[in-house]
Write a protein that binds this ligand. Structure first.
Ligand code: 7PJ
Length: 262
């Protein structure tokens, strides 16, 4: 269970409420107590239409918060970035995981991740956040996402990143229509053959709005339902805003599925 801590003033679902660092710490503690296993800290908004952030601004948003969380909380921290400079500074500040929505395609990112020797999540995105939701098209979304992730996994291995440090993510909502998202979730098991754990982010996403009409602040039930269905379909990690509610739902799922009691 990955808790999302957004440090972007324009993050679509938190609206910048956690911009202030003490609020970030408070929110992080809350997610830790609620049962998060990892906190994902990001300083670049990747919501549809969002503009790029320059490296100094991203460092300024992310590094002090990671330093603070790493000393204050017993949880590992993930940095949500595509920039090699931010990866390096975040790991030096105490992060232990890289979450890259661009799957280490930025110049220098593969090399930086290889050098840092931390686990990395490679996500599929068609296009760039600014334009990705304007008429995304695939011949076969599942095959194209799977082939992309397979190619990026190979690029990691060729760069010296051990495959057991790679996590893969189909990138729900990143250059995908509602139909594409539903097809990918329905056929999520087809990505398991790549041999890496799968991470999914569905929490509060527009897919839920498209299916139900619910505005972003009213998508809790849909988010929890999708987390359970993703887990059922083979996702090993879910990236969520509402940690306590998702933990409860996944405990029930795990007990039913595996017979485990936590
Ligand atoms: C995702 C992400 C996701 C991974 C965001 C949001 C948009 N990283 N970063 N997977 N989504 N790995 O929080 O809704 O789905 S930002």
């Amino acid at each position: 269970m990955i808790g999302v801590l957004n440090l972007t003033p324009d993050s679509f679902s938190d609206g910048g409420r956690f911009m202030a660092r003490d609020r970030a710490l408070e929110q992080a503690r809350h997610m830790a107590e609620a049962g998060a296993h990892l906190l994902d800290v990001g300083g670049e908004s990747t919501r549809p239409g969002a503009a790029a952030v320059d490296v100094d601004e991203e460092l300024e948003r992310v590094v002090p918060v990671i330093e603070m969380l790493a000393t204050d909380l017993p949880l590992p921290i993930s940095v949500d970035t595509s920039k090699p400079e931010v990866m390096q500074a975040a790991i030096a500040a105490g992060a232990g995981f890289i979450n890259d929505v661009r799957a280490l395609r930025a110049p220098g990112a593969l090399e930086a991740a290889a050098q840092l020797r931390v686990p990395v999540c490679l996500m599929h995105m068609l296009g760039e956040p600014r334009t990705m939701q304007s008429d995304p098209r695939y011949d076969d979304v599942v095959t194209e996402v799977r082939d992309f992730l397979g190619e990026r996994l190979q690029a990691c291995v060729a760069a010296g990143i051990s495959r057991d440090r790679v996590i893969l993510d189909p990138g729900f909502g990143f250059g995908k229509t509602t139909g594409h998202n539903l097809t990918l979730l329905r056929q999520l098991h087809e990505l398991l053959g790549l041999g890496c754990p799968l991470l999914v982010g569905l929490s509060r996403k527009s897919l839920i709005g498209a299916l139900t009409g619910a505005p972003v602040e009213q998508r809790l039930a849909g988010s929890v339902a999708l987390a359970v269905m993703a887990a059922w379909s083979g996702a090993r990690m879910v990236r969520v805003h509402d940690v306590a509610e998702t933990v409860q739902a996944l405990r029930v799922h795990d007990a039913l599925r595996y017979g485990v009691e936590h």
